[in-house]
Design a protein around this ligand. Structure first.
Ligand SMILES: [Zn+2]
Length: 465
């Protein structure tokens, strides 16, 4: 028996931790995992170095690609190249900041058409829940979105208005009829209005304008509305650690609620953010160092399920780096390419192993969106893999990132862990200029191949349309 690809290494991150193994891949799927030394036969053989670990490709369920409509902010080609360079093999695109936003089936079709030949990794889509589109939710679900995002305050863009808590509850009740998940940007609109307006370049003033209370209140609403409707809900980008006991308590009660946090809340902290550093502006904001410690605890005790990027870029101009005005600058931290190294660098300082990091960044996000063949190195899983050198180091140079806009909150930061190779469905991802994008567009529950077939794909698939 000969496989399309055999990977041999002393450190293969299996579901039982790092093991010396040989992996056999056929047709883009992991079909053999055997002890190292068995000598599996492959058309292509990859021997890992002793300093390299084979990881499952990461699954990043919180990415703002912004195309079409704000393609100057990012775009499918640049976002998925960055993902691949960072060991991320699946991204799920947020429904807003693109024009149109993904709030009906027509808009989803537009986005799929645009993404089809530009996806260097696999790409799925979230739908949006906005005032007046309750009748569109089922259709979007049937067309394969992974769930629905809503805001409980102004989203930052006019074409994606927020819901109030009662509207969110009505939409949740609708989603419960087909068991779709509502994912929520949880900051309370009234609480933000009552908070002081941020002024100028002072980070402390910005932080005071987005108080924990606003987040706590909104998360409480999400929990109770999920309790009342029986719907599944997911809290996006948890920043306020105050909310963790509520989330844990709700889960003990059987409320179907999950939560995520992001690399910036786990690696940065307010006390070190310089005034005028609008690279660090995001909502909810990066809070104090003590808060960061509690978020790590929340991950370790399972209250927070996963870590995803909330990659939310804009043009460099919109970050207003010259004036450093926190009130007017666009909010969003870009980290799609850096997430694994950021989280790993911080985790290892805390004595947390790579297996745990990968669970938070691959297996758990895959479970959140029901991608049952992604996020693990296991039999029957997609051969979406990353070759990672955990002890190698590098210094972040924004110019070398694939992100379209070369502005980073992490510029100059020394990080541990280098992604040396990314493999999608058994083939190396080539991100060089002119390379053909081999990613697929994902639908909930199935995978649709949209790019030209390689040697390991038996059937040529039709063009996505
Ligand atoms: Zn976001």
């Amino acid at each position: 028996m000969s496989y399309d690809l055999v990977i041999r290494g002393r450190r293969i991150m299996t579901t039982a931790g790092e093991q010396p193994r040989e992996i056999g891949v056929t047709g883009g799927t992991i079909v053999a995992i055997e002890p190292l030394g068995n000598g599996l036969d492959g058309a292509r053989v990859l021997e890992l170095g002793d300093d390299e670990v084979l990881l499952p490709g990461l699954v990043d369920t919180h990415v703002h690609v912004n195309e079409p409509g704000r393609t100057e902010w990012e775009g499918f080609a640049s976002a998925t190249r960055a993902a691949a360079a960072g060991g991320v093999t699946t991204v799920v695109d947020m429904p807003l900041n693109s024009i149109p936003p993904t709030v009906d089936v027509g808009a989803l079709e537009v986005k799929r058409k645009v993404a089809a030949d530009q996806a260097f990794v696999d790409v799925g889509f979230w739908g949006g829940a906005v005032p007046g589109n309750i009748g569109d939710l089922r259709g979007l679900h049937d067309e394969g979105v992974f769930g629905f995002k809503c805001f409980l305050l102004h989203s930052g863009v006019e074409e994606f208005p927020p819901l109030d808590a009662d509207e969110m509850e009505r939409d949740m009740a609708e989603l419960a009829t087909f068991d779709a998940v509502m994912i929520v940007h949880a900051e309370d609109s009234r609480a933000i209005e009552k908070a002081p307006t941020p002024h100028g370049a002072e980070y402390a003033s910005f932080l005071a304008s987005r108080p924990r209370g606003a987040e706590n209140l909104a998360i409480a609403e999400v929990i109770e509305r999920a309790r009342w409707t029986g719907a599944r809900a997911h809290v996006l980008h948890v920043s306020s650690s105050d909310a963790l006991p509520m989330l844990a308590s709700a889960r003990r009660d059987g409320v179907r609620i999950t939560a995520e946090t992001c690399p910036h809340y786990l690696t940065l902290f307010a006390e070190e953010i310089a005034d005028g550093a609008t690279t660090h502006k995001c909502c909810p904001p990066i809070r104090e160092a003590s808060n960061r410690e509690l978020l790590w605890e929340g991950l370790l005790d399972g209250t927070i399920d996963c870590i995803v990027s909330d990659h939310s870029p804009s043009t460099v101009e919109l970050k207003l780096l010259d004036s450093g005005d926190f009130n007017l600058a666009w909010g969003g931290v870009s980290s799609l390419q850096l997430g694994l190294s950021l989280v790993w660098s911080e985790a290892r300082r805390r004595g947390i192993g790579l297996q745990q990091v990968v669970r938070w960044m691959a297996a758990r996000p895959a479970e959140l969106v029901g991608l049952t063949t992604k996020g693990k190195v296991a039999l029957g899983y997609d051969a979406d893999l990353a070759v990672f050198a955990p002890d190698a180091a590098f210094v972040v140079d924004p110019q070398r990132l694939h992100h379209k806009n070369k502005v980073s909150a992490y510029a100059g930061r020394a990080l541990a862990g280098v992604v040396r190779r990314t493999i999608l469905a058994g083939r190396d991802v080539d991100t060089a200029p002119g390379a053909v994008a081999q990613g697929r567009l994902l639908r909930r529950g199935s995978v649709e191949r949209v790019s030209g077939p390689g040697p390991d794909v038996p059937d040529p698939a039709p063009e996505e349309g």
